[in-house]
Design a protein around this ligand. Structure first.
Ligand code: AMP
Ligand code: TRP
Length: 350
């Protein structure tokens, strides 16, 4: 059976949504709406996998959940035509995680580089949730039997794990799956990562070898979606560069991570290729290029920031968007869980 194409992706409500989230993920979420049915999820259950001092506690979690929702809408996601909701409203995410916990292998999870980075040196003290995070992510996607997942480059390994889990479930339960009317023995699709555009990995403005991140101690390392025009201008003007003028060919960016990053950001914001950026700015001074970069950046982000502000000022409205999305998501999730439970052999009321 060919699976019906469906897009799913998620963003954690952990504060400081930045240009990396926007260009690596949200811009592509917006684009996919033209061709697919899309489900975009604020993954609040993922957000609590690190210590409470990291995610900030209940009030902060609720605030951040509404802020990510507002960013989705402000960036152009249509919550009426598509689905926007927060993960914890649908019990199926946790239920399917348990079944997948029994399909996934410890050896697979031990390879996850994000866990190693986030757990740091004191691995014994990391939460079990942080370790299990990629299994919950697989459950997010497969609860909707989604086929396509737009994400930034850093999520590639997690997507591979989701594919492995889908495949092993289909293998382990092949006969039962066929017995429940799926003649080819495939119940879960193998979701495909969509890692596209010139900015799938936006780097820190202070260090071109480090990913732009919500958790970087220096606010100057990132452009937040809520930064005003002056702040954006300051951060870009202060961004680390090297003393050479910009090259005219892409090859000239290879050993220059900071220049490469800024050119990639410009290309993604302006909707052109890196080569086109270099054709325009190659041979020129960084200061000229940075001024142009400030301009495209402010032009793109200022309207989003102002729309976000309006939306978060009305939490009741944001919550009603999430409730409506959750109601529609639940229809799909419940159907998947009903069939999954039958496939596994769990008895349920009839
Ligand atoms: P997170 O904030 O970790 O929930 O990430 C949300 C989405 O943004 C995911 O698809 C990430 O891959 C993407 N993302 C996060 N940081 C970056 C970055 N520096 N460059 C590109 N994409 C990113
Ligand atoms: N782990 C992703 C991140 O940190 C967020 C996420 C959770 C996600 N569930 C997902 C992304 C399902 C895509 C699909 O960026």
């Amino acid at each position: 059976m060919a699976f019906v194409e469906r897009v799913f992706s998620g963003v954690q409500p952990t504060g400081n949504l930045h240009l990396g989230n926007y260009l690596g993920a949200i811009v592509n979420f917006v684009k996919m709406q033209q061709t697919h049915n899309c489900i975009y999820c604020v993954v609040d259950m993922h957000a609590i996998t690190q210590g409470v001092e990291v995610w900030g506690g209940p009030a902060e979690l609720a605030r951040n959940t509404r802020e990510v929702t507002a960013a989705f809408i402000a960036a152009g996601i249509d919550a009426k035509k598509h689905i926007v909701f927060n993960q914890s409203q649908i019990a199926g995410h946790a239920e399917l995680t348990w079944i997948f916990n029994c399909v996934a292998r410890i050896g697979w999870l031990n390879r996850m580089t994000q866990f190693k980075e986030k757990a740091g040196k004191d691995r014994e003290n990391a939460s079990i949730g942080l370790y299990d995070y990629p299994v919950l992510m697989a459950a997010d996607i497969l609860l909707y039997r989604a086929t396509h997942v737009p994400v930034g480059e850093d999520q590639k390994q997690h997507l591979e794990l989701s594919r492995d889990i889908a495949q092993k479930f289909n293998n382990d339960f092949g006969d039962s799956i066929r017995g429940h009317g799926f003649a080819d023995g495939l119940f879960f699709p193998q979701p495909e990562p969509l890692i596209t555009g010139p900015a799938t990995r936006v780097m820190s403005l202070r260090d071109g070898t480090k990913k732009m991140s919500k958790s970087d101690a220096s606010d100057n390392s990132r452009i937040n979606l809520t930064d005003d025009a002056d702040t954006i201008a300051q951060k870009i003007r202060r961004a680390k560069t090297d003393p050479e003028p910009l090259p005219s060919e892409e090859k000239g960016l290879e050993t220059r991570p900071e220049a490469d990053n800024l050119v990639g950001i410009y290309a993604a914001l302006a909707g052109i290729s890196k080569q086109e950026v270099l054709t325009q700015f190659g041979g020129g001074q960084f200061s000229t290029f940075k001024n142009a970069l400030v301009e495209v950046c402010v032009a793109k982000l200022a309207p989003i920031a102002s729309e976000m502000k309006k939306l978060v000022a009305d939490p009741g409205h944001v919550d009603s968007i999430l409730a409506d999305g959750a109601n529609r998501a639940r229809g799909i999730a419940d159907e998947t869980m009903r069939i999954t439970k039958d496939i596994v052999g769990f008895i349920r009321p009839r």
